[in-house]
Design a protein around this ligand. Structure first.
Ligand SMILES: [Zn+2]
Length: 105
């Protein structure tokens, strides 16, 4: 899979658990316990490979990304932390003080 943040390859563990109730074709499935997917057996043999494949595809994340600490996202994409200087300069009260001093306002 490709990380949608840095576009590098990412390997993600996938865990999927599924419960199937294998029944004969046309059998009454109303009495089955809840939480089971019904697999009706017809004349064709059960294709386990396709079954597992489908389950894994369903278990895949929609947007695969690295864990934040592992992501190769370029450092420039992050918002830089404001330095101490900038914080004091953008003090809203100093702007108010300037307005008061201006006679044209
Ligand atoms: Zn990444």
């Amino acid at each position: 899979m490709v990380c949608q943040r840095c576009l590098e390859l990412v390997a993600l563990p996938i865990r999927s658990e599924c419960h199937y109730a294998v029944v004969k074709e046309g059998a009454d499935t109303q009495s089955l316990p809840k939480g089971y997917d019904v697999l009706e057996m017809g004349e064709d043999p059960l294709d386990l490979l396709t079954l597992v494949e489908d389950e894994l595809l369903l278990a895949l994340p929609i947007v695969p990304t690295h864990a934040p600490e592992e992501c190769q996202q370029p450092a420039g994409a992050k918002e830089p932390e404001p330095s101490q200087d900038e914080v004091s300069r953008s003090n809203p009260f100093s702007v108010l003080a300037q307005l008061k001093r201006d006679p044209n306002v």
